[in-house]
Design a protein around this ligand. Structure first.
Ligand SMILES: Nc1ncnc2c1ncn2[C@@H]1O[C@H](COP(=O)(O)OP(=O)(O)OP(=O)(O)O)[C@@H](O)[C@H]1O
Ligand SMILES: [Mg+2]
Length: 242
């Protein structure tokens, strides 16, 4: 299977400091690929550069190919239209609006190649949101807010959905609930690149995992291989992700 998203030799620098260094990474059709690493490892810088949403004015070199087409010079909103849809860390929901309004605000690009999710489809994915359709987002739980953020991204007709730490700040029970929702989307055919600081939880749902350390890929493999990887065990399972 060829990669739907292929990141090749990606480097992102802020001034003289290099935040992402020669990263190669693939997401195949229907695959859930996780990226984990310590705080400041460069995970957000990486996925922001993939989506074209770069904070500050970083220098980006290398290739980001979507279905074989290099999109690295294409602006973020047009990448979204091509199906590269990012839910940034801690963002993506308008608090003053209801769940339904948040979802209706997003429409897919006219010629969006990705699968289209109507409002009802989103409620089918997240039945809990249907009951909260007329609630203001400021009254939602953390898990529900994250569902709205993902629901909004689905409305944009993603081919590759990129999620930056969707479980951050959630109670452990809700972390798995959100990740299981994401897994179901992938089982249904979506391709997902997931940044997740909880490695143990990521390994429960992901097909493959990349470890990022100071901007570089320090290890990668199938979830099964990575569960047995000594670096994962030492660096995360006993500490960060426990
Ligand atoms: N706008 C910016 N300007 C300058 N340096 C930045 C900027 N954004 C990030 N950095 C630096 O790039 C490096 C990687 O940061 P990044 O936010 O990508 O890490 P992260 O892995 O997402 O961390 P976290 O787990 O805290 O979300 C850090 O050293 C950070 O200080
Ligand atoms: Mg981050």
């Amino acid at each position: 299977m060829s990669a739907l998203l292929q990141v090749a030799d990606l480097r992102v620098g802020y001034g003289h400091s290099v935040a992402v260094d020669r990263v190669d990474l693939d997401v195949r059709e229907g695959e859930l690929v996780a990226v984990a690493g310590a705080n400041g490892a460069g995970k957000s810088t990486l996925v922001n550069a993939v989506a074209g949403w770069s904070r500050g004015r970083p220098t980006v070199t290398g290739a980001v190919r979507l279905a074989g087409r290099d999109v690295v010079r294409i602006p973020a909103h047009r990448r979204t239209g091509l199906g590269l849809v990012l839910v940034p860390e801690g963002k993506g929901v308008f608090d003053g609006m209801t769940v339904d309004e948040n979802l209706r605000l997003v429409r897919p690009a006219k010629d969006a190649p990705g699968r289209r999710y109507g409002i009802d489809d989103v409620y089918g994915v997240f039945p809990q949101l249907r009951d909260r359709a007329t609630a203001r987002c400021s009254t939602l739980s953390g898990g529900e807010r994250q569902m709205v953020a993902i629901g909004r991204a689905l409305r944009a007709a993603p081919r590759v959905l990129i999620l930056d730490e969707p479980s951050v700040g959630l109670a452990p029970r809700l972390v798995m609930q959100v990740l299981e929702h994401i897994r179901r989307l992938v089982d249904d055919g979506l391709s997902v690149l997931l940044v997740e600081q909880n490695v143990r939880a990521a390994l429960e749902v992901a097909d493959r995992l990349y470890l990022l350390d100071q901007g570089r890929v320090s290890g990668s493999g199938s979830a099964a291989e990575m569960r047995d990887d000594e670096r994962v065990a030492r660096a995360y399972l006993g500490g960060l992700g426990a």
